[in-house]
Ligand binder design. Sequence first.
Ligand code: ADP
Ligand code: ADP
Length: 224
Amino acid sequence: GSLLTARDLRKAYGPTTALDGADFSVHPGEVVAVMGPSGSGKSTLLHCLAGIVTPDSGSITYDGRELTAMNDARRSALRRTDFGFVFQFGQLVPELTCAENVALPLRLNGTPRKEAAATALDFMRRLEVDDLAAKRPGEVSGGQGQRVAVARALVTTPRVLFADEPTGALDSLNGERVMELLTEAARATHAAVVLVTHEARVAAYSDREIVVRDGRSRDMERAV
Ligand code: ADP
Ligand code: ADP
């Protein structure tokens, strides 16, 4: 069955309708691309699914539990244990080394330092950034920084990785490299991926595409 399901989501910001009856589902381990033009409601949909934004109405079910019925504390606990996040930029802590950045979520959940460091290195190898372990984010390229961010998002082995325009600040070659390694690492660790993008070549890494237009979503049959 479906791991994460949303039905008839509605969300308005004052007079602006961001979601106007959006549906969504992702199965365990599935990679779903959420596509659509700028302002169509993609980010709002992702933020609702991730429990960051509360919809005005509609339901979101994660692993048999109603996300919209949980209190804030339970929802943030769930985010820490079950979800991972990658954004377009600005997410690495500049004062920490890349290895410390990747190990950070494990340290925050109480994993002992040595174990956290070993797991972090394992994920840095998967994303082919293990040679950058001692560098600070300011000393690595945009593509390398995004791969470090993906390693950090997956280090806790989340069941869902949310990625909002993860290649938006990269040239197409680096963007495709990030997508290739992101999807490989997600598949190896059985994480589902909810990928927001407006680029067809990025969405091509998904199993399925959902198109959002004016706050409404529909499933696309991909012409292969
Ligand atoms: P997309 O990700 O497809 O660009 P968004 O979900 O960011 O679309 O935005 C959908 C609509 O909601 C847009 O008209 C946007 O301006 C508006 N919107 C999104 N977030 C906010 C917010 N925090 N406050 C006011 N309006 C917002
Ligand atoms: P990638 O293909 O992974 O994006 P680049 O070819 O852009 O890497 O960069 C090659 C090397 O140059 C990197 O190993 C990195 O150390 C350095 N570098 C690239 N961009 C920057 C930057 N903005 N700031 C500091 N160092 C950089």
